[in-house]
Design a protein around this ligand. Structure first.
Ligand SMILES: Cc1cc2nc3c(=O)[nH]c(=O)nc-3n(C[C@H](O)[C@H](O)[C@H](O)COP(=O)(O)OP(=O)(O)OC[C@H]3O[C@@H](n4cnc5c(N)ncnc54)[C@H](O)[C@@H]3O)c2cc1C
Length: 286
């Protein structure tokens, strides 16, 4: 099924993200986690591609496994380190495996790169290639707090509009911890003429060690009230996990209650986290 049809459907959507194994010896454990999360019957599951130094070798395989459980899968695909030929063979592989949905990403710029050798500079070029390769539903990334490399928010939105106009059917946001930032972003995107659905990406913080990484990935400071809450339990991992999940549930609940019908949880292969969040939102998503 196409994700755009799920998002535009009558039931609010709740989706989960998983990441593929970094090496073959981890395949079995990831595969088990994916099976467990899939049994929760989320609206769809997305599978990352080489994110955070991980591998991209298993993305298509894990995405295909997701669909064997009757759950729609969204395969991430990044382009910055690839040639057009490599992307083409990835797309052939996804097609062969029956994957209909792709999140088209630029990826983070590799450290030692020669700019003139890059075949892709921006995600919109990947969107073009996917569009020409077949009948895929295409998603793109967006940044309520502005992409860290952008000169300013206005420029970032201009480029986002271009990416959408090249053929994105929907967008998913970078994680944010203050819903007002999301609502303001939606307003600005709408004013800019971006009319595709925007899925809210929520990251449940379950360990203090995640904080530094989140700041690094998003390039943003975390809101004061959230940091105060998390810092209070810095040395109490059980309570920290509890308040981190509660905070994510509160964010998601507030988003649905404000009339937005698509929330994506960065659940990071954690079945228990996915289940707890889903259980607590049941009244809103069924
Ligand atoms: C929901 C989500 C999922 C993600 N999943 C993954 C994953 O699985 N694997 C992974 O490696 N990374 C992933 N990322 C991270 C992403 O690859 C990085 O944030 C990357 O730095 C930007 O990717 P993008 O697709 O947003 O790039 P783009 O849309 O190309 O934007 C990148 C930068 O270039 C600017 N720009 C865009 N178009 C133009 C233009 N035409 N002219 C000038 N400047 C332009 C933008 O303003 C922005 O600053 C994900 C991010 C999000 C939000």
């Amino acid at each position: 099924m196409k994700i755009i049809d799920i998002i535009n459907g009558p039931i609010p959507s709740l989706s989960f993200e998983v990441f593929p194994p970094k090496s073959s010896d981890k395949y079995e454990s990831v595969s088990r986690a994916v099976a467990e999360i899939a049994k929760l019957s989320p609206s769809y599951m997305s599978v990352t591609y080489g994110a955070g130094g991980g591998t991209s070798d298993y993305t298509a395989r894990i995405a295909q496994e997701v669909s064997t459980y009757g759950v729609t899968s969204l395969a991430h695909l990044s382009c910055i380190s690839s040639t057009k030929e490599q992307v083409s063979s990835q797309l052939d592989c996804l097609k062969r495996l029956g994957i209909e949905n792709i999140l088209a990403l630029r990826g983070d710029i590799p450290k030692d790169f020669n700019k003139s050798e890059l075949e892709f500079k921006y995600a919109y070029e990947l969107v073009d290639q996917i569009k020409n390769a077949g009948d895929f539903c295409i998603g793109g990334a967006c940044y309520p707090e502005t992409h860290p490399e952008s000169e300013n928010a206005e420029k970032d939105l201009e480029y986002l509009k271009i990416k959408v106009d090249h053929g994105c059917n929907f967008l998913t946001t970078q994680m944010f911890f203050d819903n007002d930032i999301f609502y303001r972003f939606i307003e600005k995107a709408t004013k800019k003429g971006i009319s595709v659905p925007i899925v809210a990406g929520i990251m449940p913080i379950t360990a203090y060690s995640q904080i530094e990484r989140m700041v690094m990935i998003s390039g943003n400071e975390l809101p004061r009230n959230f940091m105060d809450l998390i810092s209070k339990y810095q040395n109490d991992p059980v309570s920290l996990r509890k308040v981190g999940i509660e905070y994510a549930i509160k964010q998601a609940r507030n988003i649905y209650e404000n009339g937005f019908n698509a929330v994506h949880i960065y659940s990071m292969n954690k079945y228990d986290v996915a289940k707890e969040i889903q259980d607590n939102l049941k009244d809103l998503i069924k």
